[in-house]
Design a protein around this ligand. Sequence first.
Ligand SMILES: C=CC1=C(C)c2cc3[nH]c(cc4nc(cc5[nH]c(cc1n2)c(C)c5CCC(=O)O)C(CCC(=O)O)=C4C)c(C)c3C=C
Ligand SMILES: [Fe+2]
Length: 442
Amino acid sequence: MSAQDRHESPDSAPPRPVGGVSRRRFLGGAGTATAATAGGFVLGAGGVLAATATTASGEDTSPAALLTRGEAANDLLSYPYYGEHQGGIATPPQNHLVFTSFDVRATSAVELQLVLAKWSAAMAEMTAGRPVGKVEPTREHGIPVDTGEVFDTGPQGLTLTLGFGPSLFDGRFGLEKFKPLNFDDLPAMAGESLNPAYTGGDLCIQACANDPQVAYHAVRNLARMARTQVSTKWTVLGFGRASAGPAQKTPRNLLGFKDGTRNVSTPDDFAQHVWTGKEAGQPWMEGGTYLVARKIHMLIETWDEDTIGDQQSIFGRTKQEGAPLSGKLEHDVPNFHATEGNDPLIPADAHMSLVAHENNGGTKVLRRSYNFTDGLDSVGRLDAGLMFLCFQKDPEQFVKLQRKLGLSDRLNEYIRHVGSAVFAVPAGLPEAGNYYGKEFFR
Ligand SMILES: C=CC1=C(C)c2cc3[nH]c(cc4nc(cc5[nH]c(cc1n2)c(C)c5CCC(=O)O)C(CCC(=O)O)=C4C)c(C)c3C=C
Ligand SMILES: [Fe+2]
């Protein structure tokens, strides 16, 4: 093996941008946060149509030409990687998720530092639609650095969100003093049946994209380039986003109900409920947030046999329209005091009554969940549910809501929380040359 080929191996090579169609077509919109229009298409907030050029073979790769040739706007959609906050939080939810929690096997702080530096640079490349290294090494005996399966798909709105679990701050890497205040594993709560196989982790990556292969490629290439330092602990493949961002049509969960109707959406709400400030006692968390991940199994066959009246009173909303039982339309503001005779129109033990901010001293969380399926279980029942993901400035916000749900949610008859983890999600990187966790290694 030549020195050059050794340099291209996934473990040793720092991720570098490479040329090729993908790079020319999809030069990213780093640092740009405005919506763009081209060829009659308007991309969502934060979405950027990439700058383009003509390829060496003379192929016109301008957005208009690509769109004329029928290539979808998703191919071109890229979100800025550098900025105040990480992507995948305020970003309008993409259609697919790959969520992976990792254990760090490295035995020294330097090894961990190298992983975080390599990952941060590789994440920048992939969110811009570029490979993490050579797909086709120059020499025949070279091993491809990037695995290649999304070489020409474009960014597909990929966002990659990195989180640190509480266990990363134990004594192994000398990071105790960087642990945010009040950041520990979630407390045990009523109604849980947690499986250790889907619980915890030192690091996590949330990959979201409009093409599932793009999200999958990103996580597997990150895992591959650090394969001697980290091992995957648990993974959930999500589809059919079960939450809505501003201006998005509300999707449905696997119980058939619209999910994400009332969610955090305004900048004021993000500032008040999602972005962490000085309260974590760690400068690296200012502009960050906490991610709570709950793998929730659904007893779908049992739910399917329940009456529509019962289903609707369990959520407090109608099934088709998604309207609160006190109103007519999906976005009508629920009136928890409205009654028919002596009975509240929205039952007090309905899911939404328990967690609505009106009934919780104003507590809100940003939900960004996905449906998932693991196929069928050993006796042929659907093995599926909701990968509940929520972001908040303090994990206590989730705990407060879940304690109520665990005790009295009528939905508990149809769901089981089987996986759980919490991660501190650092603020975004200001520009190239920085990496997540840099502050830990000075
Ligand atoms: C602790 C937080 C929450 C968990 C866990 C959770 C699980 C869960 N939720 C649904 C389906 C729906 N949830 C809805 C609303 C809703 N849920 C939470 C929190 C948790 N849900 C909040 C804060 C809210 C908003 C309440 C409000 O302000 O009105 C709805 C109604 C539609 C909507 O507003 O999104 C549905 C449907 C499932 C299936 C589930 C676990 C599997
Ligand atoms: Fe909910």
